[in-house]
Design a protein around this ligand. Structure first.
Ligand code: XMP
Length: 322
């Protein structure tokens, strides 16, 4: 029987063995629990030979960059470099609407940015290892497990370029989400990080159905921030697994506001309950909470004039729309 402490101890041993006495590693922080726990594990194993790189790809939710720079660094004292790559990602995604294309582009750009960061860090030593918070379900759904079909190429598994110049360190590869959270607590990470709801690596890029643009990102960020605020205020954060907000950027519908006609976009609320993201059910949110979210979004986000609720379980729907 494996205890969380024994998982931690075993992983630290494996990491030390893989990286060696004086190897150096880079870890990309996404803002999510997976990369945070992976980084904290590796930091336990190799200390300040780990440098974390946080890429602001412009596909983040409101306040996320500050949260990583403040909370995670405060909890771990880890070396952190933030790279502002917002323009680069927007340029690479211009004109792209296909979900798999988006995922592959975002995954590729992520690695390129890390490689650039590695070159920048070369002055300090040779960073040969790249830490990733890949979980067991990511491995299975990207076709890395036995007999699994390729459903989506998760950006941290399927989208790696062929010329990758790092050796991967993936200490969470055999774990499910609940185990990762227990490991995080065991490592002393704060609840705000450990119980953060999952957020996909490709970020808001796969929650805009249609082309990703700076304006559309602003719209989605505003709607998403409202939904999250209201869910938190209602005390529902621990009851739902996550609640993607999806912008149907190529869909418009007619509405009326004040004295005027509107012709805006719908957003979809996708609240789901799940144990491990492999399957999920749609969460029966209280009507009054749904109403507050809908009223606020349509009042406060001018581009959005309709809020709809996704009542599809997984399967047949996936959690994200792309
Ligand atoms: P799906 O949409 O496949 O999502 O039902 C399952 C869970 O995985 C998250 N997700 C991702 N996480 N990189 C990630 O790190 C990705 O490319 C990615 N795509 C989806 C999703 O938010 C959900 O929790």
């Amino acid at each position: 029987q494996w205890t969380t402490a024994s998982i931690v101890e075993e992983q630290i041993g494996r990491i030390r063995e893989q990286i060696g006495e004086d190897g150096r590693a880079i870890c990309g922080l996404s803002g999510g629990v997976d990369s945070a726990v992976a980084a904290a594990l590796v930091q336990r194993a190799i200390g300040d030979r780990l440098t974390c790189v946080f890429v602001d790809h412009g596909l983040l939710r409101r306040g996320e960059r500050a949260q990583v720079e403040r909370d995670f660094v405060a909890a771990t004292g880890v070396n952190l470099v933030t790279v502002d790559a917002r323009e680069r990602f927007l340029d690479a995604l211009a004109g792209v609407t296909d979900p798999e294309q988006k995922r592959k582009i975002i995954g590729r750009e992520f690695i390129r940015v890390f490689e650039q960061a590695e070159r920048d860090l070369k002055a300090e030593g040779d960073y040969r290892f790249l830490v990733q918070g890949t979980l067991y379900p990511d491995v299975v759904e990207s076709g890395g497990g036995t007999g699994a079909a390729n459903i989506k190429s998760h950006h941290n598994v399927g989208g790696l370029p062929e010329d990758l110049q790092f050796e991967l360190v993936e200490p969470l590869r055999l774990l499910f989400k609940d185990e990762v959270r227990r490991v995080g607590l065991e490592l002393g990470l704060p609840e705000t990080i450990v119980h953060r709801q999952p957020f996909p690596g490709p970020g808001l890029g796969i929650r805009i159905i249609g082309e990703v643009t700076a304006d559309r990102l602003e719209t989605l960020r505003a709607a998403d921030a409202i939904a999250r605020e209201e869910l938190t205020a209602a005390g529902l954060d621990r009851d739902i697994w996550q609640c993607p907000v999806v912008l149907l950027a190529d869909v418009r519908s007619v509405g009326v506001q004040g004295d005027g006609r509107t012709y805006g976009h719908p957003v979809v609320l996708r609240p789901v309950s799940s144990e491990d993201a492999m399957t999920a059910d749609w969460t029966r949110l209280p009507y009054d909470v749904l109403e507050r979210i809908s009223t606020r979004i349509t009042n406060e986000v001018p581009e959005v004039n309709r809020v709809v609720l996704d009542v599809t379980s997984k399967p047949p729907g996936t959690i994200e729309w792309e």
